[in-house]
Ligand binder design. Structure first.
Ligand SMILES: [Zn+2]
Length: 119
């Protein structure tokens, strides 16, 4: 690209002409556009709805929690909710709750079977 004032060849990204010191409007515009673009990207990434909202998180905990409760109570629903929860949720904490629910149900089943056979 060429300087708008003196006509000498200058770098495409030069904000000012190195020969006459004139401002290079194209480079400035490019730089501003890039700045705007990054600003927009930054704002988009930092929007509040992109954060994990506490309420959404607690709603997501319902099925794993049910798995845990029913698992501890010794119901088949513990297994059911545990499997649903494992399939549905990606969060590690939810998966752990589902696994604990299923494990609690499995322990209950072993005890129940034992009691029925020997009790
Ligand atoms: Zn110049």
């Amino acid at each position: 690209m060429y300087c708008v004032k003196c006509g000498k060849e200058i770098g495409d990204n030069s904000e000012f002409c190195p020969y006459c010191g004139a401002e290079n409007p194209d480079a400035k515009k490019q730089k501003d556009q890039a700045a705007d673009y990054y600003k927009q990207m930054y704002e988009r990434e930092n929007r509040p709805e992109n954060y994990h909202h506490p309420q959404t998180k607690s709603e997501g905990m319902v099925i794993p929690l049910l798995a845990l409760i029913f698992g501890l109570l010794g119901g088949w629903l513990g297994l059911l909710f545990g499997i649903i929860g494992l399939a549905k949720y990606k969060e590690k904490s939810n998966k752990i709750m589902c696994i604990v629910g299923i494990a609690a149900w499995a322990i209950w089943l072993v005890i129940y079977t034992y009691m029925r056979n020997f009790g």
